[in-house]
Design a protein around this ligand. Sequence first.
Ligand code: NAP
Length: 259
Amino acid sequence: MTDAQVKPDPTTNVTVITGASRGIGAATARLLAKRMSGEQHHLVLTYATNVEAAQSVANQLSSFDIGISVIKADVASEADVLAVYSEVDRIGRITGLVNNAGILDTISPFVDLTVDRLERIWAVNITGVFLCAREAVKRMADGPTTGSIVNVSSRAASFGSPREYIDYAASKGAVDTMTVGLAAEVARQNIRVNAVRPGLIHTDIHASGGDANRVNRLADNVPMGRGGDADEVANLIAWLLSDEASYVTGALLDVGGGR
Ligand code: NAP
C-alpha cells in the first residue's frame, strides 16, 4: 500500500523509520517489509528533501503485504515530528521506532566549527532523536504490546572523529547517553531502548562530508579489512526491534567489523 491506500485500523502495528529514503534507513525498510509481510504491520517512512528517493523505496516494497506511508519531515522541526505521529495515530499503534535520520557536515578541523554548523548538527542529530523518541514513548507506554526504540548512533561516539567531525561524534555521544537513560526510565513500561553504533558503512553520507571514497580510504583500519553494507546494520536493527531481543535494553551495540 502507498499513503493513498492506507486503511485506518487501530489494531495495526506501526513502525516509524526516520531518514528512510536511502542508506541504512532504506535498507531497514526493505528488510522489515520482507520480514513483516502479512503481519498487519505498517511502515511510516520519513525523508527530509528527496521525495523521489523516498517514493522509490516505497515502490520497491509494493510486492509485500504491508502498509507504507511516506512523509516529508525534518526531524529537527517539532511540527514536522508531530505530523509524523499524527499519521501514526491515523493508522494504528506504534510498536517500533528506528531513530535513524542523521547528518554530518564537511570534514573540518575543530577550530573552524561555526555556531550555525554546530546548532544544525545538534538540532538534527540530538533534538530530532529526542523528539521522535518522546512521541514514541508517549504512545508505547503501558500499552497492550511492547515497544522498541532503536537509535542509530555511531562508533564515532567512542573515537571522537578527530580532524573530521568532532561535532558529529559528540552528537552521537549524546544519543548513547540518551539511550542508556531512557532505557532505564521506561523499562517497566514495556519499552526497550537500544542503540546501534555502525562503523564505516557504504552509504551516501560520506559524500555529504566531501569524501565519497572515505569508507574505502579507511578500510585498512578495520580489522575485517572492509567497510560494511547498510543491510548489515539493518539486520541488527531488525533484531533489536523483534521479540528475539526481548531482554535487551539500554545496550549500545557496535556493528563495525571489529573497529
Ligand atoms: P544517508 O545515506 O546520508 O541518509 C540519511 C537519511 O536521513 C536520508 O534519508 C535523509 O533524507 C535523511 N535526513 C537527512 N537530514 C534529515 C533531517 N533533518 N530530518 C529527517 N531526515 C533527514 O545516511 P546513512 O549513512 O544511511 O546514515 C543513517 C544513520 O546512520 C545516521 O544517523 C548516521 O549518522 C548513522 N551512521 C552512518 C554511518 C555510515 O558510515 N554510513 C556510520 C555510523 C552512523 P533525504 O534523502 O531526503 O535527504
